[in-house]
Design a protein around this ligand. Structure first.
Ligand SMILES: [Zn+2]
Length: 145
């Protein structure tokens, strides 16, 4: 079920809303990325079951809930300053929308394997005004204050 989008909401405003009250509603939100915080890195290897960050255990990567994961998911976890200062973290869904490239493509195909070396194309998004059109439940997942 698709409803009309609601225009011009700030991220802070959207995060106040109850996702259960807005199921299927797409909000439009304009925000500018002012800076990427480099010391946090830009991606991580995640559990395929729960998206948690995997931890090394001997030669393998393991999830505390799901055990060893042979083929982890690559997920963006970019910490950025947003110009309206209401959001600070751009997780996988938001970064995939912004870059138009899945994280696994950046790491495996483009060879950016170091999570702490920010690829140049990530910096290229700073200063740009981006309009996000997201369902509220997804936005909550994508932004962590
Ligand atoms: Zn897991």
């Amino acid at each position: 079920m698709y409803k009309e989008s609601e225009e011009n909401r700030t991220i802070a405003d959207l995060l106040q809303q109850d996702p259960d009250q807005h199921t299927g509603t797409f909000f439009t939100c304009a925000a500018s990325i002012s800076e990427i915080v480099e010391r946090h890195g830009w991606y991580y290897k995640a559990c395929t079951g729960c998206r948690k960050k995997l931890v090394p255990r001997g030669p393998t990567l393991t999830c505390l809930s799901h055990g060893d994961i042979a083929e982890p998911r690559h997920l963006y976890c970019v910490i950025a300053t947003i110009a309206d200062e209401t959001g600070s973290a751009l997780a996988d869904g938001a970064m995939t929308l912004i870059l138009q490239t899945k994280c696994v493509n950046m790491v495996v195909q483009n060879g950016y394997t170091d999570p702490y070396a920010i690829p140049e194309c990530l910096h290229s998004v700073t200063g740009q005004m981006k309009v996000f059109q997201l369902e509220l439940a997804r936005l909550k997942m994508n932004y962590i204050l």
